[in-house]
Design a protein around this ligand. Structure first.
Ligand SMILES: Cc1cc2nc3c(=O)[nH]c(=O)nc-3n(C[C@H](O)[C@H](O)[C@H](O)COP(=O)(O)O)c2cc1C
Length: 205
């Protein structure tokens, strides 16, 4: 994972998610939302399904690593002003791949800004039906709160049976496109608002 950290004028928005599939719909949705964030003035980076798979399984007994893929991933989230999380609905909820990456944020427990404190969180759930899409979105928003982040007012649930994504990350669904771009913009607006608050948006319990 590479790229510059956000600056005061250009917040850093990190996308987490997608699957390891070549034409992953959740990865495409994430890319569209990140493009919305980029147009709203953010520096954007994505940690895609393949990179998430390379992190290995979270093991609470393992010491927090100082180098390697897990350390780089956690450090990127540490530097982020906001995150966008995109998961497919697997058996009704967040995929193990994405949940594993979110569990790894336990490594941020002792930080000055623990977990996702003071950060905006955009959430996207995709599935081959509305029930799992909406359930996955609700689960992601709940996890965002549990990690002390601030989910944006708009979250996006996508039914991949109705909304199609091309390999280049575009979609034939103008409504989905508009929602994803709007959420990307909201993430940047909320990140800017949180940064301007004392203590960076409530890092103390
Ligand atoms: C293991 C597995 C479990 C799934 N479970 C559900 C499910 O419970 N409900 C549903 O609507 N779709 C389910 N799906 C379909 C995916 O949610 C859907 O195809 C999604 O868009 C895949 O994301 P991707 O295109 O990013 O790989 C499942 C797919 C897989 C591979």
């Amino acid at each position: 994972v590479s790229g510059a950290a956000g600056t005061a004028s250009r917040p850093l928005v990190v996308g987490i998610g997608g699957t390891t599939r070549e034409s992953s719909s959740s990865a495409a949705a994430l890319a569209i939302s990140l493009e919305g964030a980029r147009r709203a003035g953010a520096e954007v980076l994505a940690v895609d399904g393949r990179k998430l798979a390379a992190l290995g399984s979270y093991d609470p007994d393992q010491p927090v690593p100082l180098e390697g893929p897990r350390a780089e991933y956690v450090d990127l989230i540490r530097r982020a002003d906001a995150v966008v999380i995109a998961s497919p609905g697997y058996h009704g909820s967040v995929s193990g791949l994405v949940k594993n990456a979110l569990d790894m944020l336990e490594d941020l427990r002792d930080d000055e800004r623990p977990y996702l404190s003071g950060r905006a969180v955009g959430c996207i759930g995709t599935a081959y039906g509305w029930q799992a899409a909406v359930g996955t979105l609700a689960a992601l928003r709940s996890i965002g709160h549990a990690l002390r982040g601030w989910p944006t007012s708009l979250g996006v649930a996508l039914n991949a049976a109705e909304t199609h994504f091309a390999g280049d990350g575009t979609t034939d669904d103008p409504h989905a496109l508009a929602q994803l771009e709007l959420m990307g913009r909201q993430v940047v607006e909320l990140a800017n608002a949180l940064t301007s608050l004392p203590a960076g948006g409530g890092t103390q319990v």
